[in-house]
Write a protein of this length. Structure first.
Length: 286
């Protein structure tokens, strides 16, 4: 016990090679022979904590961590010293405490101590802080790893399970039938067919084409029904002709020889010119 205390006090003056090859192996031997002595176990942990930064990563993983796993943590002082060593390892990656070791070895050994009634509030708080820090490191490491794994997948392969799950090929929908519904092939109808259908539609036809049987549009529909083979252009009204009565030869527009002047509307062709038989000019004075 006195040798462990002395080494702890002068560890900074001891050569690293001596610590790795002599002090650490003898410290392990002392622990193995005095596991039931809490004072000696406490001094062993103090010596390990002071010399930890002088050891290389392989020694810490192969020799120090198995020693910590093996220590019984029933005593609050022993538990606190072990927790302090783990806290020191969390401060730097050079100590080799990986997330796999935290999740599989360290945390399973520390978690039962969270309900240890021998711990006071300060000791419990320190233990819980170290456990929380370990859990945070595991969380960050796994999230980054899963994100990288997800990004490394090709885009089609990454979304293939989701597409297959929600693909319409995997959906079995029963046929949707509307009762008493008959679907006929759509036919293109001419203007005459539309007019005939609307004229025979009763109130709907009357509303669409004027509303009363005496209206001009109703007469037009009756003509369409009477002559179903007529074209729609044949039913258009002819432009009215304007007839001018004959006047004297001296009057404007008169014609020599007492002939009738011929005037026509601008829309009447030359073949439709006819003489007027009505004299609308005022009488002449002899």
């Amino acid at each position: 016990s006195a040798a462990l205390v002395a080494v702890t006090n002068v560890s900074e003056y001891i050569d690293e090679t001596a610590i790795r090859r002599m002090i650490l192996p003898k410290t392990k031997i002392i622990y193995e022979k005095n596991q039931a002595d809490l004072k000696i176990v406490s001094n062993v942990l103090s010596c390990v904590e002071r010399t930890l930064d002088r050891l290389d990563k392989s020694q810490i993983i192969d020799e120090v961590l198995p020693l910590l796993y093996d220590i019984r943590l029933s005593d609050p002082q022993i538990t606190l010293r072990v927790v302090n060593i783990y806290r020191l390892m969390l401060s730097d990656k050079k100590y080799g405490l990986s997330v796999n070791l935290m999740a599989t070895k360290v945390m399973p050994s520390l978690l039962p101590q969270t309900v240890n009634p021998s711990l006071n509030l300060e000791q419990f708080t320190i233990l819980l802080e170290v456990l929380q820090e370990m859990l945070d490191q595991i969380d960050r490491n796994q999230r980054n790893k899963l994100k990288l794994d997800n990004l490394s997948l090709p885009s089609p392969e990454r979304h293939r399970p989701l597409r297959h799950q929600y693909s319409s090929d995997n959906m079995h929908v029963p046929p949707f039938n509307i009762p008493n519904l008959r679907i006929e092939q759509r036919k293109t109808s001419s203007a005459e067919d539309m007019a005939r259908k609307n004229s025979t539609g009763g109130m709907l036809g009357g509303w669409w084409f004027g509303g009363s049987p005496s209206s001009p549009d109703s007469n037009f529909l009756r003509v369409v029904n009477a002559f179903p083979n007529r074209r729609l252009s044949d039913n258009t009204l002819m432009t009215p002709k304007i007839r001018i009565a004959p006047s004297c030869a001296s009057s404007p527009g008169g014609t020599p020889g007492g002939g009738l002047p011929i005037r026509r509307h601008s829309s009447i062709g030359p073949q439709e010119r006819r003489g007027s038989t009505v004299n609308l000019s005022p009488p002449t004075v002899g």
